[in-house]
Design a protein around this ligand. Structure first.
Ligand code: PMP
Length: 347
């Protein structure tokens, strides 16, 4: 029998570390989930879909793709639905980076962009943020197969205007610019920010997720809007039923409930300001955020995490995200807000 060994480039790969949960859902502020949950219509849709649990789901997610395509004014051939946007990031790596491809990412980056590249034997060039923002001119100087821009960025929450993305696409030698818009719903003007209108200009793809503003993190649905050739390539290598029946039904119901989506948006933006003001009031520096979290610089990261944990609140330590000396705090609901205020006012 041949000795089984993992591919050599997998040795020493640092795995993705999910955020810790708190004793209560309200205090779990480590994973940028929606504090308001999903639309009530999602529960009905999932219940109905569960009656057909014995049937395979639609491998092409036809109804959901059609709805997403209509929403963005693109043909369905330019939309691919995945098991969370994380699956789509892995498929991009598999198709375009396996066996020695190159990706350019900001430093710090969204970890899955880096891990997926390394898992398939590609290499990542990291370009440090400048003043917490993507350094797009420096990133455009790096030859790469894929350039990742996370907009708004995770973990800083900073925003790149569409014109800057367009300029970056023109300047970058990358075969594909991937703009990850997981948090774009929380930007001041999502329609003016999104890079989806740039997809038709070529060489650019946009990632979205139902895990944040739509509150479906537990069901795992994301999508990619990309040139039809990219969608065709990824469709050819994906696991056929990766997006299950309940997830497809839930995403469709979530997309159609515009009232709930808007309520989440308004709540998040208002609560983000309150959380930022709270930390500022207590003397901390807060990076101005356009996402559903804030990055707070703290003099002693471990002490800050511990102090909040003692009050039943879990946040993400900055050192786990490539920003030591900080904590990333997801925007809470009303109960989490009360806990947070109390925790910070303790001597
Ligand atoms: N992109 C970014 C920038 C994220 O922060 C996240 C959530 N951690 C994702 C993608 C993953 O989203 P999904 O739940 O759709 O896999």
């Amino acid at each position: 029998m041949t000795e089984l060994t993992a591919r050599p480039w997998l040795a020493g790969l640092a795995p993705y570390r999910p955020g810790a949960a708190a004793p209560s859902a309200a205090g779990s502020l480590s994973s940028n989930e929606s504090a308001l949950g999903a639309s009530p219509h999602v529960v009905d849709a999932v219940t109905r879909a569960a009656r057909a649990a014995h049937r395979y789901p639609d491998a092409l997610a036809t109804d959901l793709r059609a709805e997403i395509a209509a929403r963005h004014g693109v043909p369905a051939e330019q939309v691919l639905v995945g098991n969370g946007s994380d699956e789509l990031i892995f498929l991009l790596a598999l198709a375009f980076l396996a066996g020695g491809g190159t990706a350019v990412c900001a430093d710090p980056a969204y970890r899955v962009d880096e891990i997926s590249t390394q898992v398939v034997g590609g290499t990542v060039t990291s370009v440090p943020l400048v003043a917490d923002r993507h350094d797009l001119p420096a990133m455009a100087a790096v030859p790469a197969d894929i350039a990742y821009v996370v907009n708004p960025h995770n973990p800083t929450g900073t925003l790149v205007p569409r014109d800057a993305i367009r300029r970056f696409r023109a300047d970058s030698p990358a075969g594909l610019v991937v703009v990850d818009e997981a948090y774009v719903d929380f930007a001041p003007d999502p329609l003016a920010t999104t890079a989806v209108p740039l997809v038709r200009e070529g060489g650019l793809a946009v990632l979205r997720t139902f895990s944040k503003a739509y509150g479906l993190a537990g069901l795992r649905v994301g999508y990619l809007v990309a040139p039809a050739s990219v969608v065709a390539t990824l469709s050819g290598i994906r696991a056929p039923f990766s997006v299950n029946r309940l997830a497809q039904a839930a995403a469709l119901a979530a997309l159609r409930d515009r009232t709930h989506h808007e309520a989440v948006r308004v709540h998040t933006i208002d609560m983000r300001r309150r959380v930022s003001d709270l930390f500022t009031h207590h003397g901390y520096d807060v990076v101005p955020s356009h996402a559903n979290f804030v990055l707070v610089r703290v003099p002693d990261e471990a002490a800050a995490v511990r102090r909040l944990a003692d009050a039943g609140i879990a946040v993400r330590p900055g050192s786990a995200l490539g920003v030591p000396g900080a904590i990333r705090v997801s925007v809470p609901g009303d109960e989490g807000w009360r806990q947070l205020r109390q925790a910070l006012s303790r001597p």
